[in-house]
Design a protein around this ligand. Structure first.
Ligand SMILES: *[C@@H]1O[C@H](CO)[C@@H](O)[C@H](O)[C@H]1NC(C)=O
Ligand SMILES: *[C@@H]1O[C@H](CO)[C@@H](O)[C@H](O)[C@H]1NC(C)=O
Ligand SMILES: *[C@@H]1O[C@H](CO)[C@@H](O)[C@H](O)[C@H]1NC(C)=O
Ligand SMILES: *[C@@H]1O[C@H](CO)[C@@H](O)[C@H](O)[C@H]1NC(C)=O
Ligand SMILES: *[C@@H]1O[C@H](CO)[C@@H](O)[C@H](O)[C@H]1NC(C)=O
Ligand SMILES: *[C@@H]1O[C@H](CO)[C@@H](O)[C@H](O)[C@H]1NC(C)=O
Ligand SMILES: *[C@@H]1O[C@H](CO)[C@@H](O)[C@H](O)[C@H]1NC(C)=O
Ligand SMILES: *[C@@H]1O[C@H](CO)[C@@H](O)[C@H](O)[C@H]1NC(C)=O
Ligand SMILES: *[C@@H]1O[C@H](CO)[C@@H](O)[C@H](O)[C@H]1NC(C)=O
Length: 893
C-alpha cells in the first residue's frame, strides 16, 4: 500500500495523510471484524463435536489447529455459527491416526446443520454407520467415493430425505441396493459404480424424478433392467455397464428424451435393439457393446438420433445391414460395430470431421470400397469380405487385412468366391489372366451350383443318416441278451430300457454340475484330447468316478456328437462303454458322462502290462489279451450282425478298446459309428459319397463305411496283441504298412515256430499258449487281407477266437498226411460252415493285388442279409493251405 509513502512525505500534506491512514485502517478493521463474526462457531456442542471428529479421524494439527477457530479449519464450512459442510478429502492423518484408521465419525450426530459431508478419497475402512440416515437430517450431499468403504449400503440412507447427491462409487460395498433409496425424491446424482453390489436393480427408482445421473456400472447386478427407469425424465447419464444384467432392453428407456449418455455395455442383454430407442433425441453416446443383442438394427432407430457422436455395438450378434441413417450421422466420431454379423454393401461413411475412428472389423460386409478412407484418423475394416482395390490415398491408420481385396494378407480366394457365390453377388475374381479367359461366368455358375448342391446334399445325407439310425436294431434287446450269454460277460445293465425305441442317454446333467464334477475342467483332470472331444476325469456328487467328454462344437464336428447321441439312444449292450448321462444345455459345448473304467484303454493297458517283470503275470497276460480280443470281437459282431442295417464302428484301434476292472472290453470311441453303406437305404448320394471314401491308406481321407474296414482295423489290433508293438492299430503310414507286410510273412498255417519271430518278447508262453498265439496271428492275417471281400465276417472271427486251438489243431494234425478237402471241410464246417454256405463271393482275378475296398461293401452287405447267396464254397476266407500259398505267392511278387 501507500502507507510508507505517506509516512515519508509527512511534511507535505500531513493531515490529509493521517486522515487517509485512519480511514484505510478503519475500513480494514471493520471488514475483518465482520468476517471474524461470520465464521465464528457459536455452538459449543458443535465445537466439541468437531474436536471429537478431529481425534477420531486422527487429523493433523496443521490442518485443524486445536487453538484456532474451527470454522477456519481446512474443509470446514460454517454458516450462521453452525457447521454446514465438511470436506476431509485430501487431508492426511497423523502418524498415530494412521495406525488404526476406521470409519469413526460418530460426533457428526451433533452437527445438526450439516449439509454436505465429503470424504472422497479419504481412507475409511469400515461400513457406513446405520445412524446416518436417522441423524443427518440436513444432509444434501454425501460423497464417500474411493474411500475403501466395506459392507452393505444401510437401507436407512433412504431417510436422508433432502439428499441430492449420493456418491459411493469405487468402494468395496457388498449386498444389494436397498430399494429405500427410491424414497430420495430430491436425488439428482446416484453413483454406486465400481463396487461389489449384487442382486437386482430395485424397481422403485421411478420416483427419483429429479435424477440426472444414475451410475450403477461395474457391479455384479443381475436380473433385467427395470422398465420404470424410463420414468426418470430428467436423466442425462445412465450407465449400467459391466454387470450381469440379462433379458432384453426395455422399450421404456426410449422415453428418456434428455439422455446424453446410455451405457449398457458388458452385460448379457439379449433380444433385439428396440426401435423405441429412437426417442433418445439428445443422445450423444450409445454404448451397448459386448452383450448378446441379436437381429437387425431397425432402420428408423437412428433417424432421430442426429446428435450421436459415439456408437458402440461391438461384440453382439447383430446381423443384417448397417442402417443408412446410422452411417449418415454427420457428428459421428466413434463408431464400433466390430465382431457382429453385419452384412451388406457399404454405400458410404459420412463424417464431417477428420478425426473419426471407425471399427467395422469382423463382420460380413462386402463389395467395393467406394468411399474415401482418408478422412478417418483410424479405420479398421479387417475380417470382412470387401473386394476390389483399396481407394487411393488410403495409407495410414487403415486396417484392411483378411478381406477379399487385391492386396496382401487377405482371405483365400476360395473363401471369397464361396462367400460371393453363396450370395449370388458379382465377384471381381482376380484370377491369373490365362485362367481368366476360361469362361469366368461358368466358374461362378459352378461355385453357385456347388454351394447349392453341397447344401442340399448335406441336408439329404443327414436325413438319411438319421432315418437309418432310427431303424437300427429291431432285435436290439433280444440279441443283446443272446450275445451276452455267449461270452463270459455278465449282463450288468438292469437300467436298460425295455423298449429299444425309448431313448436312453442317461441322466441329464446341468452345466454347473459338469464344472463341479471336473473342478472347472482343470488341466489336472484332463485325461486326453480325444479326436471327438476332450476327456476329463471327474467325480459325481456321490463320489463315483466318471469320465466326461467335452465336445466343443467349435472344434469338433456336430454330426459326430449327434451320431454318438443317436447311437446311445438306440443301442445298449454290455460291450459298449456305459453312458451315465449327458449335458446339452450349454450352447457351444456338449458333454457325455461315462462310467470310469479303471483299466483305461488297451493302448495304455498293454503298455503297462509289458513292463511287468513277474513270469506268472506275464503268462496270465496272454489270457487277458485273448479275453480282450474276444470281447472286442463280440462288440463288433454285435454291430455288424445284430443291427439292421449293420453298423460300422469306423474307429477300431487300441485306444478305442476300453477295459473295466476285470479287463472286460467296453468298446468306446463311438462318435464315428455309422450305418454300413450298401444296404437298402443306399441311394445315389451315399454311393457318390462312398466313391470318395474307399481307400484305407488315405491318412486324412474320410473313413470307409464298410464292415470290412472294421475287420481290417481289428486285424491290426490282433497283431498288436500278438506282437506287443504299440501304435500299429492307430497308424496307417508307409512304415506301418511295411511292418505289417513283414510281420504277416511270419504267419503261416504250416509253421508254428515261425510265429515266435513276431511274438511279443515280453510274453512268456508255453507250448499250449503258443498255439493260441499262433491261432490269433492267423486270424489277424485273414483280417488283413488286402481284398476287403476276402476278409472274414466278424461273427466267424469271434468263433475262431473263442476256439483258437481248433483253428490250428485241425489243420496241424492233418497237415502232414491228411491234407484233403474233406479234412479242411471238417473244421471249417464246425466254425465257418454257415458263412461259407451263404457266401458266394465270385472269384476276383487272382493276379489283382490292388487294395480294392469298393467291393467290400458288396460282400458285407450280403452278410447283413444272410441267405441270399449261392452254395459255392469260398476257400479264400480262412487260411487253409492252398489259399495261403496263393496269398503268399501274391505277396512275394
Ligand atoms: C449464533 O450466531 C447466529 C448469527 O451469527 C445467531 O443467529 C444465533 O442465534 C447464535 N446462536 C447462539 C447459540 O448464540
Ligand atoms: C453430542 O453432544 C452431547 C451433548 O454435548 C454429548 O453428550 C454427546 O456425547 C455427543 N454425542 C456424540 C456422539 O459425540
Ligand atoms: C468432494 O471433494 C473432492 C475433492 O475436493 C471434489 O473433487 C468433489 O467434487 C467433492 N464432491 C462433491 C460432491 O462436491
Ligand atoms: C461415478 O463414479 C465413477 C468412479 O468414481 C466415475 O468414474 C463416474 O464418472 C461416475 N459417474 C457419474 C455419472 O458421475
Ligand atoms: C427437483 O428439482 C427442482 C429444481 O431443480 C426442484 O424445484 C424440485 O422441487 C425438485 N423436485 C423434487 C420432487 O424434489
Ligand atoms: C454369424 O452368423 C453365422 C451363420 O450365418 C453363425 O454361425 C455365427 O455364429 C454368427 N456369429 C455371431 C457372432 O453371431
Ligand atoms: C460436424 O457436424 C456437427 C453437427 O452436424 C457439427 O456440430 C460439427 O461442428 C461439425 N464438425 C466439423 C469439423 O465440421
Ligand atoms: C468394383 O470395382 C471394380 C474396379 O475396381 C469394377 O470393375 C467392378 O465392376 C466393381 N464392382 C462392383 C460390384 O461395383
Ligand atoms: C493414426 O492414429 C493416431 C491415434 O489414433 C493419430 O494420432 C495419427 O494421427 C493417425 N495417423 C494418421 C496417418 O491418420
Amino acid at each position: 500500500m501507500n502507507i510508507c509513502c505517506t509516512e515519508s512525505q509527512k511534511t507535505m500534506e500531513g493531515r490529509l495523510g493521517v486522515f487517509m491512514i485512519a480511514l484505510v485502517l478503519l475500513l480494514l478493521f471493520v471488514q475483518s471484524g465482520l468476517a471474524q463474526e461470520e465464521v465464528r462457531l457459536n455452538s459449543s456442542i458443535e465445537r466439541s463435536a468437531l474436536l471429537d471428529l478431529r481425534t477420531s479421524l486422527g487429523l493433523r494439527g496443521k490442518d485443524w489447529p486445536i487453538k484456532g477457530e474451527p470454522c477456519k479449519w481446512i474443509g470446514v464450512e460454517c454458516s450462521n455459527g453452525r457447521v454446514i459442510g465438511i470436506t476431509i478429502s485430501g487431508l492426511r492423518r497423523t502418524h498415530e491416526g494412521r495406525k488404526k484408521p476406521t470409519f469413526a465419525v460418530d460426533s457428526l450426530v451433533n452437527l445438526t446443520s450439516l449439509v454436505y459431508f465429503n470424504a472422497s478419497g479419504f481412507y475409511l475402512p469400515g461400513s457406513i454407520p446405520d445412524w446416518f440416515g436417522q441423524s443427518l437430517n440436513a444432509l444434501q450431499v454425501l460423497d464417500l467415493r474411493s474411500a475403501s468403504i466395506l459392507g452393505p449400503i444401510p437401507s436407512s440412507l433412504g431417510g436422508l430425505s433432502r439428499l441430492t447427491q449420493l456418491h459411493l462409487s469405487h468402494n468395496k460395498l457388498t449386498g444389494s441396493i436397498p430399494s429405500s433409496l427410491g424414497q430420495l425424491e430430491e436425488l439428482s446424482v446416484l453413483n454406486l459404480s465400481q463396487n461389489s453390489l449384487t442382486g437386482f436393480i430395485p424397481s422403485g427408482f421411478s420416483s427419483l424424478v429429479n435424477l440426472t445421473r444414475l451410475d450403477l456400472s461395474s457391479n455384479f447386478l443381475s436380473g433385467s433392467i427395470p422398465p420404470d427407469l424410463g420414468n426418470l425424465s430428467r436423466l442425462q447419464f445412465l450407465s449400467l455397464s459391466d454387470n450381469s444384467l440379462a433379458a432384453s432392453i426395455p422399450v421404456q428407456l426410449g422415453d428418456l428424451a434428455r439422455l446424453l449418455v446410455l451405457n449398457l455395455s458388458k452385460n448379457s442383454l439379449s433380444g433385439s435393439l428396440p426401435l423405441e430407442l429412437s426417442g433418445l433425441r439428445s443422445l450423444r453416446r450409445m454404448d451397448i457393446g459386448d452383450n448378446s443383442i441379436e437381429g437387425q438394427l431397425p432402420e428408423g432407430l437412428f433417424s432421430n438420433l442426429s446428435q450421436l457422436q459415439v456408437v458402440v455395438l461391438t461384440g453382439n450378434k447383430l446381423d443384417g445391414e448397417l442402417p443408412v441413417a446410422l452411417l449418415s450421422i454427420l457428428s459421428l466420431q466413434i463408431l464400433d460395430v466390430s465382431s457382429n454379423n453385419f452384412t451388406g454393401f457399404l454405400p458410404s461413411l459420412s463424417t464431417n470431421g477428420t478425426g473419426a475412428q471407425f471399427n467395422l472389423s469382423n463382420n460380413m460386409l462386402y463389395g467395393n470400397l467406394t468411399f474415401s478412407l482418408s478422412k478417418f484418423s483410424w479405420i479398421d475394416l479387417s475380417s470382412n469380405y470387401f473386394q476390389g482395390k483399396l481407394p487411393e490415398h488410403s495409407q495410414g491408420n487403415v486396417t484392411v487385412t483378411k478381406n477379399c481385396l487385391q492386396m496382401d494378407n487377405q482371405r483365400s480366394w476360395q473363401d471369397c468366391r464361396l462367400f460371393y457365390a453363396e450370395r449370388r453377388l458379382p465377384f471381381d475374381d482376380p484370377m491369373p489372366p490365362e485362367l481368366e479367359s476360361d469362361s469366368k461366368s461358368n466358374k461362378r455358375l459352378i461355385f453357385i451350383l456347388v454351394g447349392i448342391f453341397g447344401g442340399i446334399f448335406f441336408i439329404v445325407l443327414l436325413v438319411v443318416v438319421l432315418l437309418v439310425l432310427r431303424k437300427i436294431c429291431d432285435k436290439d434287446i433280444a440279441s443283446q441278451r443272446g450275445s451276452a450269454n455267449v461270452g463270459p460277460v455278465p449282463v450288468d445293465s438292469p437300467s436298460l430300457p425295455k423298449d429299444p425305441s425309448v431313448s436312453w442317454v442317461g441322466e441329464s446333467f446341468s452345466y454347473e454340475q459338469m464344472l463341479h464334477f471336473t473342478s472347472d475342467f482343470s488341466e489336472t483332470n484332463l485325461i486326453k484330447h480325444g479326436h471327438s472331444g476332450d476327456l476329463f476325469k471327474g467325480f459325481l456328487e456321490s463320489g463315483m468316478p466318471v469320465v466326461i467328454k467335452k465336445v466343443d462344437l467349435r472344434s469338433f464336428k456336430k454330426e459326430s456328437f449327434m451320431m454318438e447321441m443317436e447311437f446311445f439312444s438306440k443301442v445298449s449292450h454290455v460291450r459298449f462303454v456305459p453312458l451315465l448321462g449327458h449335458c446339452l444345455e450349454h450352447e457351444g459345448e456338449k458333454f457325455f458322462v461315462y462310467k470310469y473304467l479303471p483299466n483305461g484303454d488297451l493302448e495304455n493297458s498293454l503298455h503297462r502290462n509289458t513292463r511287468v517283470e513277474d513270469d506268472r503275470l506275464q503268462s496270465q497276460d496272454w489270457i487277458t489279451r485273448l479275453k480282450i480280443a474276444i470281447g472286442a470281437a463280440e462288440a463288433l459282431a454285435y454291430l455288424h450282425h445284430d443291427c439292421t442295417p449293420p453298423l460300422v464302428h469306423r474307429d477300431i484301434q487300441a485306444s478305442s478298446i476300453l477295459l473295466d476292472d476285470k479287463f472286460e472290453v467296453r468298446l468306446g470311441s463311438l462318435s464315428e459309428v455309422h450305418a454300413q453303406e450298401g444296404d437298402a437305404n443306399q441311394n445315389v448320394l451315399t454311393r457318390l459319397l462312398r466313391k470318395s471314401q474307399t481307400s484305407e491308406q488315405g491318412l486324412s481321407a474320410p473313413l470307409p463305411m464298410t464292415c470290412a474296414h472294421d475287420v481290417y482295423c481289428f486285424g491290426k489290433v490282433l497283431l498288436e496283441l500278438v506282437t506287443g508293438k504299440l501304435g500299429i492299430s492307430k497308424a496307417n503310414d508307409a512304415s506301418t504298412r511295411e511292418w505289417l507286410d513283414n510281420t504277416i510273412r511270419c504267419i503261416s498255417i504250416y509253421d508254428k515256430e515261425l510265429v515266435t519271430k513276431i511274438v511279443d518278447p515280453s510274453l512268456i508262453i508255453d507250448e499250449d499258449l503258443l498255439e493260441e498265439v499262433w491261432a490269433m496271428a492267423i486270424v489277424a492275417r485273414s483280417c488283413l487281407n488286402p481284398k476287403p471281400s476276402k476278409r472274414p465276417p466278424m461273427k466267424y472271427i469271434l468263433k475262431a477266437l473263442e476256439n483258437p486251438l481248433k483253428v490250428v489243431r485241425v489243420e496241424s494234425s492233418s497237415s502232414a498226411k491228411l491234407r484233403t478237402t474233406s479234412s479242411r471241410r471238417s473244421w471249417s464246417a464246425v466254425f465257418f460252415g454257415s458263412w461259407r454256405h451263404s457266401s458266394s463271393e465270385s472269384g476276383t482275378a487272382p493276379g489283382n493285388t490292388n487294395r480294392d475296398s469298393s467291393s467290400g461293401s458288396k460282400h458285407a452287405g450280403r452278410v447283413g442279409s444272410q441267405g441270399s447267396g449261392g452254395n459255392r464254397l469260398s476257400n479264400e476266407i480262412f487260411p487253409e493251405p492252398v489259399e495261403m500259398q496263393d496269398v503268399e505267392r501274391q505277396d512275394s511278387h
